[in-house]
Design a protein. Structure first.
Length: 476
């Protein structure tokens, strides 16, 4: 009996040792390849992969590593080593999980409203969201001179959001009703570029190592104090709009050399002037031709309107006239061969609560009649605004809801969706996520991944199971 007991103990110990010795690691993971390495596996061990509930044999684990190129760019996978039914640890790779995750949780002891009141989002080289955001008064001493811009990205290899990286200490940013930070990525190379309105100047920052380190430089604004910025990155080139105290400017040039950028004034219509403390929307069509959308005030009179302009045009085209708004705002995107925009305006005198409208254009010269976006409850619709469009033409719009007689039935943040821009259905994110989110985030964005799945990014101040911070929702 004792002999058999000793043998059983030895076998158990050997099995435990074998399990611990089979250590599987992800060396790197992108949208194209997953590079795996392991130790302790011997024949007849096999590498197994799962994209759901069931693991299947991938290759024999004869060597110490394997590069899996047979993956869907936006698939989520789990891997393990199987040695006669004895398994190694399991590793997981892929884009952010569907639903809500916290990309940058508010640090312990920090004031949630100060963490992320201004944000910007772009797709990285994998098609995953990367986020830049403001942190006011990090040390909590009541002085804003140490305000900084941080950057957070999703790491497919560790299947989690990386800890935020400091891009620059800036001092106070103007984050009231405007976007003082803009972020872009040259997806062909992975180079990131950031533009920010900082005091009397512009901050320009670039990163060539996935946001781990940043090279920054300060540039004077062409029109005194800059307020809002917008940026596009494509094929090594920067295309940007800066709305400042004394005018607005369009710039373009190489990512690597901001000193060589060319600039030109953004045109206003005859008898009109750009409103300086507002956002400018920027998007490029399928041919790479850039368009801008912005708000104008009448020079003599009380008129307000939203317009669209291309840098090679002498004057802008009207999107919506008589567009009075307490807080003017506009967002612009392009997809499925059309420009799409949402903007804040009091276009219906009988309904002052619903002030977010949609319009679209194939060529930028003729715009559809504005359509009012609904909300799923007795709430208002108002800035901040975000819009994205899929390759098939499906549109996702996000907006705030700062007042109302009751909660929205789907909770917040407010999201409205349409297949064609004519008929819209609104339903927020909170109910499905099992959380009570704030109806009026300070910042709100939506971006469409190449697989036609949307990401929504916002600052959340309220406590929930996700915690306060910069939250990201990924469409299923």
């Amino acid at each position: 009996m004792r002999k058999f007991l000793v043998v059983a103990i030895v076998c158990t110990v050997l099995n435990v040792v074998m399990l611990h010795a089979q250590e599987l690691k992800v060396k790197s993971a992108t949208a194209k390849v997953v590079d795996l390495g392991w130790t302790g596996a011997a024949s007849p061990a096999v590498l197994e992969r799962s994209s759901g509930q069931t693991f299947q044999k991938l290759v024999p684990a004869n060597s110490a590593g394997y590069q899996d190129t047979s993956i869907d760019a936006f698939g989520t996978y789990q891997y393990r080593i199987n040695t006669n039914g004895k398994f190694s640890n399991v590793v997981k790779v892929g884009p952010p999980p569907t639903g809500v995750s916290n990309a940058a949780a508010v640090p312990k002891g920090s004031d949630p409203p100060n963490y992320g009141p201004a944000t910007a989002v772009a797709l990285d080289e994998n098609g995953d969201p990367a986020v830049a955001f403001e942190w006011i008064d990090p040390n909590g001493d009541g002085e804003k001179s140490d305000t900084e811009i941080l950057f957070a990205r999703w790491d497919r290899s560790t299947y989690k959001w990386e800890a935020p990286v400091r891009v620059a200490t800036t001092g106070p940013l103007e984050d009231q009703n405007v976007n003082p930070i803009a972020l872009g990525c040259d997806r062909a190379t992975g180079t990131l570029a950031m533009l920010a309105a900082v005091g009397e100047n512009l901050l320009y920052a670039t990163s060539t190592d996935h946001g781990a380190t940043w090279k920054t430089s300060s540039m004077p604004s062409a029109n005194e104090t800059p307020h809002s910025v917008a940026i596009l990155i494509e094929s090594g080139q920067v295309y940007a709009a800066i709305n400042a105290e004394s005018g607005a400017t369009y710039v373009n040039g190489a990512i690597s050399n901001s000193g060589s950028w060319k600039s030109q004034p953004i045109a206003a219509g005859s008898g009109w002037k750009l409103q300086n403390k507002t956002n400018i929307g920027i998007a490029a069509d399928s041919a790479g031709k850039v368009g801008l959308a912005y708000n104008e005030d009448q020079l003599e009179g009380d008129g307000h309107r939203y317009v669209f302009w291309r840098p090679d045009a002498s004057a802008p085209t009207s999107i919506a006239d008589k567009a009075t708004a307490d807080s003017p705002d506009i967002a612009l995107t392009h997809g499925a061969n059309k420009f799409a925009t949402i903007f804040a305006a009091l276009l219906d005198s009988n309904d002052t609560d619903h002030t977010v409208w949609y319009s679209q254009s194939v060529d930028g010269n003729s715009w559809s009649k504005p359509v009012k976006l609904p909300i799923d409850g007795p709430r208002s619709t108002n800035p901040p605004l975000g819009i994205a469009i899929s390759s098939k033409g499906a549109i996702t719009a996000t907006f705030g809801a700062n007042s109302g007689s009751g909660p929205a039935s789907c909770n917040a943040p407010s999201v409205s969706r349409s297949a064609d821009g004519a008929i819209w259905t609104s339903c927020g994110l909170g109910k499905a996520a099992g959380a009570d989110f704030s109806p009026q985030p300070a910042t709100l964005h939506v971006i469409e991944a190449p697989n036609d799945k949307a990401y929504i990014v916002w600052q959340e101040q309220a406590e929930s199971k996700y915690g306060p911070g910069v939250l990201v929702w990924h469409e299923r």
